[in-house]
Design a protein around this ligand. Structure first.
Ligand SMILES: NC(=O)c1ccc[n+]([C@@H]2O[C@H](COP(=O)([O-])OP(=O)(O)OC[C@H]3O[C@@H](n4cnc5c(N)ncnc54)[C@H](O)[C@@H]3O)[C@@H](O)[C@H]2O)c1
Length: 332
């Protein structure tokens, strides 16, 4: 498989490129906004060609697949260009910055007859996959309640464009909340949302303070640091989401999904199953799990998907995901 990379920043060099190479795929070209960075990355990984524009790369290479690793607001255009050129696409999360964009991307995938997957690597964790198997074997019964937590005590990234509304589309909700929201929905089989009550706000990010993920520019902090929401679904289930880049809480960070079902409950990180059996209450944890790198598994499963009939499942789920997110943002 011949692979091209659009955007050669942190996620491309830490996750996509090394795992494509490890999986035996051929990363033949990269494109980046700044050529020096593209050239440095090409040298680092022994990639042959560097391009200044997406159009040039797509026109000059016979690519099977492309990874889109650019800032969020650019995902839609880069994904659609790659699909229109006949490539399968793995686009980093969040899929887009609105439901409308996610839908345009879905339509482009269908038009091109190519797979469009998204970089929700938490889905590919070994513990997540084990829980998914337990849910699929009905160990939890009907899941009627979920909690998705993506909280950092002092975790505004001090690099990149994470605090720039124009390039990222949003803050805590689109950057980290989206991971746990997607994970909860994935484990619940992506039920259709009915009602969303949400709130986003800037409380701490606009004033300088302790930065556990580097120093951020508080004067130019244009995204939300906090997002909270309650979502109800067509199947009667409900979900509570709590996401923050910066909050006065005890733990340094908490990324977790909790599920409550009629036959059992689960807390994902670390994986614990709560049941009632034979007149007693149990908390069960796996005694051993051989952990796989979720980014490596994600790349392998994308490459595998490219070899089969195109799959639009993740692209369809992204539309529902952004429908919820749009409704949270629209309530301010
Ligand atoms: N899966 C995860 O957990 C995870 C982790 C980090 C980042 N991400 C996602 O990956 C994406 C990139 O994040 P990052 O951390 O790599 O950021 P980054 O700032 O390190 O890299 C972004 C790269 O895109 C390049 N770029 C900017 N505008 C461009 C353009 N118009 N054309 C081509 N290249 C352009 C920049 O020069 C930079 O090299 C974001 O969508 C982010 O949400 C996902």
């Amino acid at each position: 498989m011949k692979i091209g990379i659009i955007g050669t920043g942190g996620i491309a060099t830490n996750a996509h490129i090394p795992h494509y190479i490890a999986a035996g795929a051929d990363v033949v070209a990269v494109m980046n906004r700044t050529r020096e960075r593209g050239e440095a990355v090409a040298r680092q990984f022994g990639i042959e060609r560097v391009y200044d524009t997406v159009a040039d790369m797509l026109a000059n290479e016979q690519l099977d697949a492309v990874s889109v690793c650019t800032p969020n607001a650019l995902h839609k255009d880069h994904v659609i260009q790659a699909l229109d050129a006949g490539c399968h696409v793995l686009c980093e999360k969040p899929p887009a910055i609105s439901e409308r964009e996610a839908d345009e991307m879905l339509q482009a995938a269908k038009r091109a007859g190519r797979t469009l997957n998204y970089g929700f690597h938490f889905r590919h964790r070994t513990d997540t996959q084990l829980l998914k198997r337990l849910i699929d074997s009905n160990e939890l019964g009907h899941i009627y309640a979920a909690t998705a937590l993506a909280l950092r005590r002092r975790g505004i990234p001090g690099w990149g464009v994470f605090t720039d509304k124009e390039l990222q589309g949003g803050g805590a909700l689109l950057d980290i909340g989206v991971h746990m929201l997607d994970l909860a929905l994935y484990l619940m089989d992506y039920p259709k949302p009915v009602d969303v009550v949400g709130h986003v706000g800037q409380y701490l990010g606009t004033r300088p303070g302790v930065g556990l993920m580097g120093d951020w520019d508080a004067d130019n902090f244009s995204v939300e640091d906090t997002a909270r929401a309650m979502v109800t679904f067509e199947n009667g289930a409900s979900l509570f989401l709590d996401a923050s880049f910066m909050a006065n809480i005890g733990p340094k960070d908490t990324m977790n999904v909790e599920l409550r079902g009629t036959a059992g409950g689960a807390s994902l990180f670390p994986l614990t199953i709560h049941t009632e059996e034979h007149g007693a209450l149990f908390d069960k944890t796996p005694a051993h799990l051989t952990l796989q790198d979720p980014y490596a598994t994600q790349i392998r499963s994308f490459l595998e998907a490219c070899r089969h009939e195109p799959s639009y499942e993740q692209a369809e789920q992204a539309v529902l995901l952004h429908q919820i997110i749009d409704r949270i943002y629209s309530q301010g």
